[in-house]
Design a protein around this ligand. Structure first.
Ligand SMILES: Nc1ncnc2c1ncn2[C@@H]1O[C@H](COP(=O)(O)OP(=O)(O)OP(=O)(O)O)[C@@H](O)[C@H]1O
Ligand SMILES: [Mg+2]
Length: 232
């Protein structure tokens, strides 16, 4: 029996037999502004509120305060969740994580130990991997990061910019093979209008929906419409 970790994102869990696999590493990929960070944080907030699972969010990109105020618009009070001890938001320079990964966890290990969480987000793996000069180094660093997450036993979402995953190089291929699942977010242009869509490209051990489905970013976050099949 595979244990599932529901995202609680309306419409998503039904696409994937109930949620991500427990302790799996999942890539959420897409170009700028497609909703990767929103998806990732919604997965964490629902984990805390709906399933009493503590969570860690590590960002290399956006300012902490920006994230907090943006997410407040969806009714997600990240500061409040932090105060309750159920959530940790870490803003790191990618260089720092480079060090931590090289050390095999370092201070991050202590935080992870203290939180005793179940869900983690790395936003984004692209900015992390771009720190490394050549493909071999990138691949090794990403594998080390994956190893760390697997050791912690968290269910993880890594966001990734589209380009990285589509680039014809070793790191992208390696990432795709190492990850347990891949979800694509689109901002498709049809008839002069942008339309958001989501697709599960792969999920190990899971008979998932293979349609590209439309979604909206509403005042409560991402909502997928299971009846809206989109051409991308
Ligand atoms: N309160 C809101 N209500 C509806 N839509 C919103 C709201 N806030 C942001 N959006 C939409 O969500 C998009 C940003 O989503 P998000 O930051 O999750 O994307 P991203 O893929 O992480 O982007 P990036 O690649 O820049 O990190 C915005 O460009 C906007 O279109
Ligand atoms: Mg983002």
């Amino acid at each position: 029996m595979i244990k599932r970790v529901p995202t609680g994102i309306p419409g998503f869990d039904k696409m994937v037999k109930g949620g991500f696999k427990e302790k799996s590493i999942n890539l959420v990929c897409g170009p700028a502004g497609t909703g990767k960070s929103t998806f990732a944080i919604q997965f964490l907030v629902n984990g805390i509120i709906g399933f009493n699972e503590n969570c860690v969010y590590i960002t290399f990109e956006e300012e902490r305060n920006q994230i907090i105020s943006n997410m407040l618009q969806f009714g997600w009070d990240l500061e409040e969740l932090e105060k309750s001890g159920k959530f940790v938001l870490l803003q790191y320079a990618p260089e720092m994580v480079k060090e931590l990964v090289a050390e095999g966890g370092g201070v991050l290990d202590e935080t992870i130990e203290k939180v005793k969480g179940k869900r983690i987000v790395i936003d984004s793996i692209s900015s992390f991997s771009l720190l490394y000069q050549n493909e071999y180094e990138r691949k090794q660093a990403c594998l080390k990061l994956f190893e760390l997450i697997r050791r912690w036993g968290y269910t993880a979402v890594f966001t990734a910019e589209d380009e990285l995953v589509h680039m014809e190089n070793a790191i992208s291929t390696e990432l795709e093979f190492e990850a347990d699942s891949m979800v694509f977010l689109y901002n498709a242009k049809t008839k002069g209008k942008r339309k958001r869509a989501i697709e599960v490209v792969k999920m190990r051990g899971t008979k998932h929906v293979r349609k590209v489905l439309g979604f909206d970013i509403t005042e409560k976050g991402i909502v997928i419409n299971p009846n809206d099949v989109v051409e991308v």
